[in-house]
Design a protein around this ligand. Sequence first.
Ligand code: FAD
Ligand code: PHB
Length: 389
Amino acid sequence: MDTQVGIVGAGPAGLLLAHLLGREGIDCVVLEARSREYVEHRVRAGVLEQGTVDVLTRTGVADRLQREGMVHRGIELRFGGEGHRVALSDLAGGRAITVYGQQEVVKDLIAARLDAGGPLEFEAPATEIDAERGVVRYGDGGSDELRCAIVAGCDGFHGVARAAVPADALTVYEREYPFAWLGILARAAPSSEELIYTHHERGFALHSMRSADVTRNYRQVAPGEDIEAWPDERIWEELQTRMALADGSFALNEGEVFEKGIAPMRSFVAEPMRHGRLVLAGDAAHIVPATGAKGLNLAVADVRVLARALSAYFAHGDESGLDTYSERCLRRVWRVQHFSWWMTAMLHRLTGDAFEARLQRSQLDYVVRSRAAATTLAENYVGLELEDV
Ligand code: FAD
Ligand code: PHB
């Protein structure tokens, strides 16, 4: 054996797994296809559940997160030209979310891994994984080989790990949505203290943020949309239209757009999450549409279960945690799939059908009027405890 755990991918899943295993004295090697610069600047998620913040804090990688992260105790649902606050913390036992960029989490975990002296190889793409033998081929044309007791496939949706499971051993559930998100980062102060999820007849819009002077906004676009067709002025104009309040009291602060991109919306689950010596974690095994703000948090939840299982396995040869890993994770995965699908279906312009739009408005009305319905949203949004799913 070259290492106990070969970790493919240095996204949040792979890096957190390396961090948790390193603390238990378990030897692992992380292989990442891209450069450090690239992974540290890839703009993605921004909402951390309470449980995600807790695990980073407990394990000593949250100094900057505690200083710079913005704790939010509510969100706004905006529809029919009116805003309605959902008091997340009041409804969900005091729990909150923290707004802190995914790439900041990635930077903090890379720094921790390198400080601990752990192997982390950039520009070392895995090309082939043997799930039965625990062998990873990587590097230029697969010239290098890593032999592992366990391989953790944390290489995201487009990685090689999932493909290493024979097709007849894997069941895939998938849904593609007929829309995508165009996201921008802009140098502008947030226009609201909390995130605003907007349902509008022209389509969904979301106002989020990264700091006191950087905002993150998203709007629903057609899936094949060309980013070049959207000059900045047009993006702002459309966001302003969708997010306007009927009494004219709201305007988004505008500023220089320094990042923009289009992300597809997809639901995807591959079951089971283990085959032989290979385990899958994070986006390698499942994808959720971003409306629930869950992908990163789900990756973290998988890794918490996996780290516990691996620690029992290497300490006492106890395989029970590994045997139940997939089943334990999939309970949460499907809860989160449902929540993400539900938020997506409630907030986007779907087919443009008037009946559908009426149902959405009824659902939104119910969520902001009924404490029971708002609690359902709140406890899923802040994240259910591992024990509760
Ligand atoms: P990834 O972050 O994809 O990491 C996989 C890593 O593996 C990458 O670094 C990749 O380069 C590497 N890799 C790939 N192939 C190979 C290979 N062959 N060999 C070696 N390495 C390889 N989630 C939330 O929780 N909250 C949000 O608010 C949110 N917003 C989002 C907004 C957008 C626009 C997008 C696109 C996503 C959002 N998500 C959100 C989802 C979240 O970003 C992902 O779920 C998260 O990145 C999953 O982490 P991961 O480590 O599993 O995968
Ligand atoms: C973000 O800030 O990037 C963000 C916030 C909420 C979401 C998705 C993305 O649901």
